[in-house]
Design a protein around this ligand. Structure first.
Ligand SMILES: [Zn+2]
Length: 382
């Protein structure tokens, strides 16, 4: 006998209606009923409930359909919000995002990376300010997603190891439990991959996201889900070895791909060949845009090693879609064809026409990915 779980069906109908409302600007109840194949009575009951909760509102103007006037409804986009937070070695980024996935406000706070407790203090202070400014309480917040470089136990919200932030075995989730909203903690490359995947989920099942920031990470989406590995440590792409006794990596080992392909490696590479030292990648970008010769050479070499790394990745996983993104975007935009050539130079096993390799459209995909976690959980049809 099939047992029908009525509350489950009710929940599914509700989520289907919200998802449809997110797609359409405004829609009549009759059209909702037709599109979703749900009875008009069920649609009406759900819409009334959603209106009472402030999630749905009537659209003021009336539309005429078949002689009868029908009132269209729309999602009240500012009824619920999500907060995305990104911890990077120099900055804390915070984005307040509404249910329609629009950024309402974005903050960037520079920090000195002097201990996780200080970072938590800065985050709490700024969340309180944001909530006060936009008149929000925990009822209106769907949750908080936190992105960081390093390995994470996603289930429990524990940072396992982040050498870039100097944190080991730290329960970050419990530090925000006082806010009484769901908290998600994840690796930045995973969240970037997740964000890019959500934008393509109707056409893709799998995706690889190569994240180039202070480190080099990899987000893997398989069958629409983030692949985390059996021990939460998948995608440590930056620490595959490309040279015996090679360059020293920030992780402590030698010859890691990251030592040659992180953003800092461009600065290091430039300083090795130039008489005048630069201190950050912004300076490198400036010189490159001016056409400075040494930056071109450094970038060419960089693209060869990055190409080798991505070639290894393609040999291993045979993907159809690889997206490269992060702080590298500006430098990579007009170099993608050279990078592709480097990737497929010695690859006799996979056809380059079967894999789309592109630069991410948004630099801070991890921040939006973090904000999407609570929204997708709210919308997910189980
Ligand atoms: Zn390393």
């Amino acid at each position: 006998m099939i047992e029908v779980n009525h509350s489950k069906i009710k929940e599914t109908n509700r989520k289907k209606i919200i998802t449809l409302l997110l797609e359409k600007n405004e829609i009549t109840k009759l059209d909702i009923s037709r599109i979703l194949d749900i009875s008009i009575t069920t649609v009406s009951t759900n819409i009334t409930e959603l209106k009472n909760e402030g999630i749905v509102e009537d659209v003021r103007h009336l539309e005429s359909t078949g002689g009868r006037k029908a009132i269209a409804v729309k999602l009240s986009e500012n009824c619920k919000f999500s907060i995305g937070i990104a911890l990077t070695p120099n900055n804390i980024k915070i984005a307040l995002v509404n249910l329609k996935k629009e950024i309402i406000e974005k903050l960037k706070i520079r920090h000195k990376n002097n201990g996780i407790e200080n970072l938590i203090g800065i985050i709490n202070e700024n969340i309180a300010l944001l909530m006060e400014k936009h008149n929000l309480d925990s009822e209106k917040i769907l949750g908080i997603g936190i992105s960081l470089p390093g390995t994470v136990d996603f289930e429990n919200g524990i940072i396992k190891y982040s050498y870039l932030l100097g944190i080991k075995d730290f329960n970050l989730k419990e530090k925000f439990e006082h806010l009484n909203v769901p908290i998600y903690v994840d690796n930045e490359a995973n969240l970037s991959a997740y964000y890019e995947f959500l934008n393509r989920k109707n056409i893709l099942k799998n995706l690889l996201y190569v994240s180039i920031t202070d480190g080099l990470g990899l987000g893997i989406i398989i069958d629409g889900k983030i692949y985390r590995g059996d021990n939460d440590s998948s995608g440590e792409f930056g620490h595959i070895k490309v040279a015996l006794n090679g360059k020293k990596c920030k992780c402590g080992a030698r010859g890691c791909l990251e030592a040659y392909t992180s953003m800092n490696s461009l600065v290091d590479g430039y300083n090795e060949v130039s008489l005048e030292a630069i201190s950050d990648v912004e300076e490198f970008e400036e010189l490159y845009l001016k056409g400075e010769e040494a930056t071109k050479k450094v970038l060419d070499k960089y693209l060869k090693i990055l190409g080798m790394g991505i070639s290894n990745l393609i040999m291993l996983l045979d993907p159809n879609t690889v997206i490269i993104g992060g702080d590298i975007n500006n430098l990579l935009n007009d170099k993608i064809d050279i990078l592709k050539k480097n990737i497929y130079k010695d690859n006799l096993f996979t056809d380059e026409n079967n894999c789309t390799i592109s630069v991410a459209s948004y630099k801070e995909a991890y921040l939006l990915g973090a904000a999407m976690m609570p929204i997708e959980e709210f919308l997910e049809i189980k």
